[in-house]
Design a protein. Structure first.
Length: 204
């Protein structure tokens, strides 16, 4: 509970704030759309109605968690396994959190299991999430190639945020080069700037 908010807002810390904000933001964004698609919550345009509520919950959890020196709390793609099991309401995460609370008693035994043992479960989840790729317009290279880049870099970087941050500039460049500027929302220019600052903060 000892946080210096004013000190953290100094310009010198801006790269660190961006480096922490971008992965959390894009991870939440990508996960919300992915899990939402799996649950059948997306509209005909591929948007998730009420996605602002997802960000609000994620932001509150992240802020409250930081007060207790907890790592960044965010949404997880593994939630799709709960959706596949039929969980589509708020009772699902509440039940899961209660089960996690009980597992604290079994932590010493859980630490004995190598991390490689979880690979099969993650592979199954990944294969299930690939079903969303059927909605990509493969006839339009400016739509399909950025999607491919996003998936590829997510795998290589082991981070969905990095995959999205690489795919967004590629998407913007392809739209500009192909003369399809009108098809691109204006907000993409803002996101492009955020991505550039993010990678600059990492390199620096």
């Amino acid at each position: 509970m000892k946080i210096d908010f004013l000190g953290a807002l100094q310009f010198a810390y801006l790269p660190f704030l961006i480096a922490m904000f971008v992965p959390d933001f894009f991870s939440t964004f990508g996960t919300a759309l992915g899990v939402g698609a799996k649950a059948g919550f997306l509209d005909e345009d591929g948007n998730l109605p009420g996605i602002d509520k997802v960000f609000k919950v994620d932001a509150v959890a992240t802020a409250l968690g930081s007060l207790f020196c907890m790592p960044c709390m965010t949404t997880y793609l593994e939630s799709s396994s709960g959706v596949e099991a039929g969980g589509k309401t708020g009772l699902t995460p509440v039940s899961t959190s209660v089960c996690f609370a009980f597992t604290l008693l079994l932590t010493p035994f859980a630490l004995m299991i190598p991390s490689a043992a979880t690979a099969p479960a993650l592979i199954i989840i990944g294969v299930g999430m690939l079903s969303s790729m059927r909605s990509i317009n493969y006839d339009d290279f400016t739509e399909s190639f950025p999607a491919f880049i996003c998936v590829a870099f997510t795998i290589f970087a082991n981070n969905i945020a990095n995959g999205i941050c690489v795919a967004l500039p590629v998407y913007v460049v392809l739209k500009l080069a192909s003369g399809k500027i009108k098809e691109m929302p204006k907000i993409m220019y803002v996101l492009l700037g955020v991505c550039v600052l993010y990678f600059y903060s990492i390199i620096k």
